[in-house]
Design a protein around this ligand. Structure first.
Ligand code: C5P
Length: 234
């Protein structure tokens, strides 16, 4: 039975055939799939098109662009024909850079990454941020919204505060999702369960290993993993 949920599958593999199988196997349950820099640098636009032919799920192109406005604008002009639903830029690239991205691709939901969850308060202070990670993330989310971004990426633990600041319209997309029995699994430390993340205000959840990790036990196990999480958030 089909049970599509607000899940974006993190397709983190350098194997294009495997990526295709993962997307096909979970397509009844996922709304979209995320391809990042590793995939894009390995296979380019042609690789993305190949995957698009195997699924009706939307594409989240996670390139995390961060450069001067003119360069970001030209970079986006090279990928906009892929028609991703979401395309990421770093909010810390500033208002003009985000606005240039939006202007270049008005039909794509330009998505601003706030503060990387890998940055500790000390690491953030080292690069010159005066506020703590939560305050910095809220500030960047508001800046991005004012510059025209239509989605925000943040930690699930920041979702509640960011949702309160940006209001109901903008999409909030959050990684770092683990089910209760998987808390602290893999390299994710500050995690939240799928249901709690949606209750905190997330629009979409980026989920990788809690689903893709089941592939080693076969396609059915992976389908079941996606189905279980989809049921939890639907
Ligand atoms: O396997 P897992 O569910 O941890 O995958 C999460 C995905 O979200 C990965 O593609 C990871 O790179 C990405 N991500 C993250 N934390 C961030 C930003 C992106 O885990 N702050």
């Amino acid at each position: 039975m089909s049970n599509k949920a607000p899940i974006i599958l993190a397709v983190d593999t350098p194997d294009i055939e495997l990526a295709q199988k993962w997307i096909e196997t979970t397509s009844d349950f996922i709304a979209g799939y995320k391809l990042g820099l590793e995939f894009f640098l390995a296979f380019g636009s042609e690789g993305v098109r190949k995957l698009q032919r195997s699924s009706d799920a939307f594409l989240f192109l996670d390139l995390k662009l961060h450069d001067i406005p003119n360069t970001v604008s030209h970079a986006i002009s090279q990928v906009k024909s892929l028609t991703p639903r979401f395309l990421t830029v770093h909010a810390s690239g500033g208002r003009a850079m985000i606005a240039a991205a939006v202007e270049q691709a008005p039909d794509i939901e330009i998505t601003a990454v706030t503060v990387l969850t890998s940055l500790t308060p000390e690491a953030l202070s080292e690069v010159g941020f005066k506020k703590d990670p939560l305050e910095s993330a809220v500030t960047l989310a508001l800046l991005a919204q004012h510059a025209g971004a239509r989605a925000i990426v943040c930690s699930p633990l920041e979702t509640h505060a960011i949702r309160a600041a940006v209001g109901p319209e903008i999409s909030i997309i959050t990684p770092g999702i683990r089910r209760a029995h998987q808390a602290g699994a893999d390299d994710q430390n500050r995690t939240m369960g799928p249901k709690q993340a949606v209750q905190a205000g997330a629009t979409y959840l980026v989920i990788g290993r809690p689903i893709t990790g089941a592939w080693s036990q076969g396609a059915k196990a992976m389908r079941d993993a996606a189905d279980e999480i989809a049921q939890e958030v639907s």
